[in-house]
Design a protein around this ligand. Structure first.
Ligand SMILES: Nc1ncnc2c1ncn2[C@@H]1O[C@H](COP(=O)(O)OP(=O)(O)OP(=O)(O)O)[C@@H](O)[C@H]1O
Length: 299
């Protein structure tokens, strides 16, 4: 479902304290191991960069998952500092959704461990789910219920004490109040995504894991959705968001690029482009995935 509770050694090591200097990027070497990493350059108006005191919303190591004997996520490390917006990019089938689902406790890794929001994400999966908002790729709310009914249903799932206030707040926040009686099935794609985000936010999560939240959504709605993401990050919520859109990648504090289950690059968009000797981000990713195909496709 779309809302909350349901909500490769590659390293996801983003914006972490005590790492390499600002603006540097890590590109995987020919072995797929990582040689550097870095925190992002940020954007105009971005939240302050992290110092040594930064806390980690995500701090996991060695995440691996296989299906039918095939490793689709291979020894991934991920560190994301609190309050950052991290873009998770990679070709179709590269392991993004699988990684997100392991991080929110919906999927048990074959190997790896660590902390999400300070909790052992394997042993305390239920507690993690209560603090994470997970938005799936596919719209998972009820099309034959109104917006309010959908949100009220999600609030019941969380056993929220003051459901009405929570639903009112979410409707207001996402600009959905005037449409609250409308059936969800009659909404356009952009409005459905807003409703899905509202559902994710009902239980006031500290971490949002968003899986291609704007796929198929028009540019204006995508921009509005991203304005919301930035507002949430300003409030201290950490966001890990997968996307195939380069303009959205540019709006992230930092990026992680994955292919064949291995993290190939991380850092700010500018640093990744520079490190890859590329024209732009898209060019950098094309180069990276070409290298990865040589290194991993046969394994
Ligand atoms: N339940 C499953 N059973 C078998 N194979 C699976 C399962 N879930 C995912 N896979 C496979 O694992 C690989 C990684 O899938 P995943 O959905 O994590 O990729 P992704 O990067 O999110 O792709 P996309 O960008 O298309 O959403 C793919 O080859 C996929 O077919």
């Amino acid at each position: 479902m779309t809302a909350g509770p349901s909500p490769g050694r590659a390293a996801l090591n983003v914006g972490a304290p005590g790492r390499s200097p600002e603006g540097t990027a890590m590109l995987a070497g020919s072995t797929g191991k990582h040689v550097a990493n870095g925190a992002g350059l940020g954007r105009p108006g971005a939240r302050p960069e992290y110092g040594a005191q930064a806390t980690l919303a995500i701090d996991v190591k060695g995440l691996s998952k296989s299906y039918g004997g095939r490793k689709v996520v291979d020894d991934v490390d991920m560190q994301v500092a609190t309050g950052r917006i991290v873009g998770f990019l990679g070709p179709n089938g590269s392991g993004k959704t699988t990684t997100l689902r392991m991080l929110c406790g919906l999927l048990t890794p074959d190997a790896g461990g660590g902390r999400v929001l300070g909790l052992d994400f394997r042993r305390q999966a239920a507690a993690v789910k209560r603090q994470v908002g997970y938005m799936t790729q596919k719209f998972g709310l009820y099309e034959d219920l109104s917006l309010r009914e959908n949100l009220d249903f999600v609030a019941r799932l969380f056993s929220m004490p003051d459901r009405r206030a929570a639903v009112d707040g979410a409707l207001e926040r996402l600009g959905l109040a005037t449409r609250q009686k409308q059936l969800a099935g009659t909404l356009s794609g952009g409005w459905k995504q807003r409703l899905a985000l509202a559902a994710c936010l009902l239980h006031q999560p500290k971490l949002l894991l968003l899986d291609e939240p704007t796929a198929g959504v028009d540019p204006k709605a995508r921009r509005e959705f991203w304005d919301q993401i930035h507002q949430l990050a300003q409030e201290g919520i950490t966001v890990l968001v997968s996307t195939h859109y380069m303009d959205e990648a540019e709006r992230c504090d930092e990026l992680v690029y994955i292919a064949y289950g291995h993290v190939l690059a991380r850092g700010s968009a500018a640093a990744i482009v520079q490190e890859a000797g590329a024209r732009d981000l898209e060019d950098a990713f094309v180069r990276l995935v070409d290298q990865a195909t040589d290194n991993f496709a046969a394994t």
